[in-house]
Design a protein around this ligand. Structure first.
Ligand code: SF4
Length: 310
C-alpha cells in the first residue's frame, strides 16, 4: 500500500499564525482565553486546551475582566474590541492579515460613501452567521447585505450603487456567476452598470487548493479526507474531492479509519475495502481542509499502516 499525505492540505497561513500566537502566549503564561474555537477542528482545539487555552463565547467576554483574550484568524467586528477594552481585557489579535486588509477595505468604502445620495449598498458574498462575515458586516455598522448564493442577488436594489466584496473562503466560480448575474440585472432594467463595483477578495491560498486537491484525489485508489464536522471549508473541499474520486471517505479521527473503510458505500467500496486490507499496491491519499492539522493526518496514516500491516 502506498500512502501519501497531500502536501497542499493542512492549515493556511492565517490559521497557522493564530495558533502560533496562542502557543507563544501559553508558553509564557500557561493561560489564555480564545473567543470562539481557534480553528474548526475539535482535535486541535483539545490539544491547545491541554496547554491552557480556554474557549469562551460573547457572553463570557462581557463578564471577564483584566484577562488576555485571543481573537482567531477569522477576525472580529469593532464591537468586540470595544467590549474587551471596557473590561480591561487585553486583545491578542490573531486576525489573519488578509482578513484584516479586507476589513479595512470594506470600512473605507463604507465611510467614504455612507452619506452619498442615492445611498449605496455594500454586499458581501459569504455565509450568513460565519465569524468572518460577522466581522466584515461590523465594518459597515451592520448595514452590509450578505448574499450566500448568486440567486440571492435579487435582494439588492439595482437602481442604487452596489459595492460587492467576498468572504475570503468562497468559490471564485460562484463569485464570478454572481457578478454576471448582477450585471445582467442592471442592464436588463436599464440602470447604470458603472454604479456596480465588485472586488474579488477571495484568498488564493484556499481557492487554488480546489484544483490541487482534485488532481491529488484523481491519482489515488482511495482518499481519506480528514476534517472537522464544524468546518465549512472541510465540507466544501470534501465534496470537490468526492467528485474527483468517488472513493473518498470523510474521517474526523484515526479511530474512525477502520469502520469507515469497511462500511464504505462508494461505488467500489467493498472492493476497495478488501484491497485496503489485503493489497500491497493500493494507492491511498490522505488530505484535509485548511483547518486540519498535519499531525492529525499523520495519525490517520499511522493508524492505517497499523491496521493493514503494510
Ligand atoms: S483562508 Fe486565507 S484569508 Fe482566510 S485565514 Fe486562511 S490565509 Fe487568511
Amino acid at each position: 500500500m502506498i500512502v501519501t499525505i497531500d502536501s497542499h492540505s493542512g492549515f493556511c497561513a492565517g490559521v497557522t499564525g493564530a495558533i502560533r500566537r496562542a502557543e507563544n502566549e501559553l508558553q509564557q503564561t500557561g493561560q489564555l482565553y480564545c473567543l470562539g474555537d481557534i480553528v474548526h477542528n475539535g482535535q486541535e482545539v483539545q490539544r491547545l486546551e491541554k496547554l491552557g487555552l480556554e474557549t469562551i463565547d460573547y457572553d463570557d467576554l462581557r463578564t471577564i475582566h483584566n484577562a488576555r483574550v485571543l481573537l482567531r484568524a477569522h477576525g472580529e467586528p469593532p464591537s468586540t474590541y470595544w467590549i474587551a477594552q471596557q473590561n480591561g481585557n487585553t486583545i491578542i489579535d490573531g486576525t489573519c492579515p488578509v482578513v484584516k486588509r479586507l476589513q479595512q477595505r470594506i470600512a473605507e468604502t463604507y465611510n467614504a460613501h455612507k452619506h452619498d445620495n442615492p445611498q449605496p449598498q455594500i454586499a458581501i458574498f459569504g455565509k450568513r452567521g460565519h465569524a468572518e462575515v460577522i466581522g466584515l458586516q461590523g465594518q459597515t455598522n451592520n448595514t452590509a447585505i450578505v448574499i450566500e448564493k448568486p440567486e440571492e442577488a435579487e435582494t439588492l436594489d439595482f437602481s442604487r450603487p452596489i459595492y460587492l466584496f467576498s468572504q475570503t473562503t468562497k468559490s471564485v466560480e460562484e463569485f464570478n456567476q454572481l457578478v454576471e448575474h448582477i450585471k445582467g440585472k442592471i442592464s436588463d432594467l436599464g440602470f447604470q452598470i458603472a454604479n456596480f463595483k465588485f472586488y474579488d477578495t477571495i484568498c488564493r491560498s484556499v481557492a487554488n487548493r480546489v484544483e490541487q486537491l482534485k488532481t491529488f484525489a484523481r491519482e489515488q485508489d482511495l482518499v481519506l479526507f480528514v476534517g472537522g464536522t464544524k468546518s465549512s471549508n472541510a465540507a466544501v473541499l470534501f465534496n470537490h474531492c468526492k467528485q474527483a474520486n468517488p472513493n473518498t471517505l470523510f474521517i474526523t479521527s484515526p479511530d474512525e479509519v477502520e469502520d469507515k473503510i469497511k462500511s464504505s458505500n462508494s461505488p467500489q467500496g467493498v472492493q476497495i475495502a478488501r484491497r485496503a486490507f489485503k493489497s500491497s499496491n493500493l494507492k491511498v491519499g490522505i488530505c484535509g481542509a485548511t483547518s486540519t492539522p498535519l499531525w492529525l493526518m499523520e495519525q490517520v496514516r499511522d493508524k492505517l499502516t497499523i491496521l493493514t500491516g503494510h
